[in-house]
Design a protein around this ligand. Structure first.
Ligand code: ATP
Ligand code: MG
Length: 783
């Protein structure tokens, strides 16, 4: 009863108080979303410092992101004051770096070790595979690296995997892993996964180091425990484990540290990075004297939102059922919206935000828009830029700042302006084509000597003193590709067609597609988005500020590549505007992927792109465990909302610029019907309203699939571009003619514009749609 009045226990229910004040045995708090797990963890830290007189330096708190760590630290400081400053609140990786900087000399590294990021690791693995003379087609750097990462997450070192290799394939992987580790060591470098594995190995191998940290960290607290992998789990065991001798080197008894972990198995969304849900399910087995506290009251959301989330997650078979209730009242019904396409969806979101701000006292900062993949942010960004609504994209680079988008645009800039040396140098060896720094320097020297442009020098590379024969050949090939693409620009080919050819002919796309790195999948998706942007522009050109008014009047606005680049430059420029120059964020809407949203909450949430093949993601559709992970992600998304929740989907979504008709997400079907107020249903939509997909149950090809298929046709088209026909071979076509195309098959000519070299035919290929093809390149034959 004395506890009731303590200020640090204010605003906590009984089980929450029990968790805050618990002392001794390991403590597991398992509870659904919004039940106050993070609040309890934070309060407990304050309690330990204030009431149990724990030294702040003896507390190690682990969160999932640096942002969460910063927030938690700030909150504890508010509660107990500045003393909390020296406390360790950080992610697993940062904690390990801090330990390693002090201790790593024990395992033969210098404390100044470098940390390799993904790009560095890839570069190194590429070298290793080359040295080992492994067939680059069978052994892709990213595939090997992913495998190595899995081994490290399981704490298997090269010796272990070498012993366990059962076939020549596994032997090769083990060998690559061995050499990769050796070269890292030679470079005094650790990759990301090494940080944790090395720390665990170090603590295992050196009892004195382990004891030192166990004496130091008397309290270890872990948030989002459901997303820990085996290596992270072992780290916690090393620091708090009871399976170890309880005496230090001097024979003194060391009390085990107090451990508290909080988590929710229903929110485990990182299995693809080796997170193991069993860590939470088996906690009681691993720590036999553990205490478990369940929290069942949700303080975040209305009953409507909670019922919706509970209904969806209830469809997962591999889970323990749990109760979660709220007394926040029914609240508003969920609003559902079926849009024509992704633009319509973004407009709906934007208009709805305006209405909420005007009529419901909502601040833009109260609003979050979630989507499944990074590339989906682009359409929202464009609408917000147009309407002047400030926004921020959390946890992702803004669309036009992404490396792959900038690379692609650099190619286009070179095509319209070879004097753009920055862009030219950016793409010269991107993707890698054997034109190294040395070769680049030789060309630069030639340009300097002859007072000419870098491009001019490239075209005369043979005269460059000191240039290696191999480099010369590679440069000549590069120049040929650029010149060939330039001829498409001269022929006034559409920007989207040119862009597709660029991605194809440059080898840029092939390199990404060959990779097994999930990040490269994202890059391919972003490039698909950029192609979609170009296609839209070509089909509905909006005159840029410098357009000739007379042309605008006459409806003959140019739609060339240069116009497209101008338009993009302006959008991209607007994109650079900082979120809030005056530091006031109240006017800023938040955009983020569902993965980034974990642990956060917002009064208003828009959950967008609820389409099978988008969310759940295409990859998961045929795979029960992956589908369940997607459903947990949906649960995370739904439970971020405090008061209002919107769910939306688009009937048609463009990927690679090719519209695909998407059926409703199965997660929408799992929402209880009486909870959702459909503002607009599939049956009401107009533009694409055809009975066969209005119901949302017909699968007409999921976006990725359709996009890829369409893109490979584009690839074929571009391939044909490589063999441009001499003028006399250009087929002369007239509307009504039947033609045969290498990849689209039979088609009927609808219209022909331009003459000779520049003639462009619009050809109807039935289910593949109407294509505009530059006849000089198109592999078409008149029948
Ligand atoms: P998630 O699983 O999404 O990470 P969580 O369990 O960590 O959620 P918190 O973020 O800690 O939940 O809490 C959700 C919201 O409920 C927060 O706004 C928090 O301040 C509030 N809250 C938690 N406990 C109480 C309580 N006893 N009384 C009032 N509000 C509470
Ligand atoms: Mg939390």
């Amino acid at each position: 009863a004395a506890l009731v009045d303590h200020p640090l226990l204010e605003g906590l229910n009984d089980p929450q108080r029990a968790a805050v004040t618990h002392a001794g045995a390991p403590l597991l708090v398992v509870a659904g979303a919004g039940s106050g797990k993070t609040r309890v963890l934070t309060r407990r830290i304050a309690w330990l410092i204030n009431e149990r007189k724990a030294h702040p330096g003896s507390i190690l708190a682990i969160t999932f992101t640096n942002k969460a760590a910063a927030e938690m630290k700030e909150r504890v400081q508010e509660l107990v004051g500045n003393r909390a400053r020296i406390m360790w609140v950080s992610t697993f990786h940062s904690s390990c770096v801090r330990i390693l900087r002090k201790e790593i000399d024990r395992v033969g590294f210098k404390s100044s070790f470098s940390i390799y990021d993904a790009a560095d690791s890839k570069r190194l693995m590429t070298l290793v595979l080359r040295d080992l003379e492994l067939d680059p087609k069978r052994y892709q750097p990213n595939a090997v690296l992913n495998w190595v990462s899995d081994q490290k997450n399981e704490l298997r070192d090269p010796e272990d995997v070498t012993k366990e290799a059962r076939n020549s394939f596994e032997e090769a992987y083990a060998k690559a892993y061995t050499h990769y580790q050796r070269r890292l060591r030679d470079a005094n470098a650790l990759d990301f996964d090494d940080l944790i594995m090395t720390t665990v190995h170090l603590l295992q191998a050196f009892p004195d180091v382990r004891e030192n940290y166990r004496r130091r960290f008397r309290h270890v607290l872990v948030d989002e425990y459901q997303d820990t992998n085996h290596a992270q789990y072992s780290l916690i065991q090393q620091l708090c484990g009871q399976s170890f001798e309880q005496e230090d080197a001097a024979g003194e008894r060391v009390e085990p540290s107090e451990l508290m972990v909080v988590g929710d198995a229903d929110q485990s969304i990182y299995a693809f990075r080796g997170a193991d849900i069993r860590n939470i399910l088996d906690f009681e087995q691993d720590f036999p004297d553990a205490t478990t506290i369940l929290l069942e009251q949700n303080y975040r959301s209305t009953q409507t939102i909670l019922s919706a989330a509970n209904a969806v997650i209830g469809n997962n078979r591999s889970r323990k059922p749990k109760r979660l209730w709220t007394d926040a009242g029914e609240g508003a019904r969920i609003v559902g919206y079926v849009s024509d396409d992704e633009h319509d969806e973004a407009r709906f979101v934007s208009q709805e935000i305006d209405t909420l701000v005007d009529d419901a006292g909502v601040r833009p900062a109260d609003v979050a828009v979630f989507y499944r993949t990074n590339a989906q942010s682009r359409v929202f960004e464009e609408v917000f830029i147009r309407t002047g609504q400030p926004y921020k994209v959390v946890g992702g680079v803004r669309f036009y700042e992404r490396k792959e988008v900038r690379d692609a645009l650099a190619y286009l800039r070179v095509l319209v302006n070879t004097a753009d040396e920055i862009s030219l140098r950016r793409v010269l060896n991107t993707p890698k084509r054997g034109i190294g720094d040395r070769a680049e320097a030789c060309i630069a020297a030639l340009a300097e000597r002859d007072r000419t442009t870098f491009w001019e020098a490239l075209t005369r590379a043979a005269e460059a003193p000191g240039l290696a024969t191999r480099s010369l050949k590679n440069i000549e090939a590069f120049v040929a590709i650029i010149q060939e693409l330039q001829s498409m620009v001269e022929a006034d080919e559409r920007p989207d067609v040119i862009l597709e050819s660029v991605l194809e002919r440059s080898g840029y796309l092939a390199e990404l597609e060959a990779s097994d790195d999930p990040q490269d999948d994202t890059r391919v998706e972003n490039l698909a988005e950029l192609v979609a942007v170009a296609r839209e522009f070509a089909e509905d050109p909006q005159p840029g500020p410098s357009a000739d008014p007379a042309e605008v009047e006459a409806g003959t606005v140019a739609v060339g590549l240069g116009d497209f680049l101008e338009r993009v430059a302006l959008v991209a420029d607007a994109d650079q505007i900082p979120d809030s120059p005056d530091g006031d964020d109240s006017g800023v809407v938040t955009l983020m992927t569902l993965h980034t949203a974990k642990g956060l909450e917002f009064p208003v949430v828009f959950l967008t792109g609820l389409e099978d093949g988008v969310f759940p993601h295409q990859r998961s559709l045929g795979d029960q465990p992956e589908l369940e992970e997607e459903r947990r992600l949906a649960y995370v998304g739904l439970t971020r909302a405090q008061q209002r929740l919107y769910v939306s989907r688009a009937l048609v979504r463009s990927a690679w610029g090719a519209p695909s008709h998407n059926p409703a997400s199965r997660f929408l079907d799992e929402l209880p019907v009486d909870l959702v107020d459909w503002r607009r249903t599939a049956a009401e939509q107009t533009r694409w309203g055809r009975a066969d997909h209005a119901g949302g149950s017909t699968r007409l090809g999921a976006p990725t699939e359709a996009g890829r298929r369409n893109f490979s046709s584009a690839a074929l088209r571009a391939d044909a571009a490589a063999k441009a026909k001499p003028a006399r071979e250009i087929p002369s076509l007239a509307p009504g003619d039947r033609v045969l195309h290498d990849s689209f098959g039979m088609g009927t000519v609808v219209a022909v514009d331009g003459v000779a070299e520049k003639s462009v035919a619009s050809i109807d290929f039935g289910s593949d749609g109407v294509k505009r093809l530059l006849l000089r390149y198109a592999p078409v034959e008149k029948l």
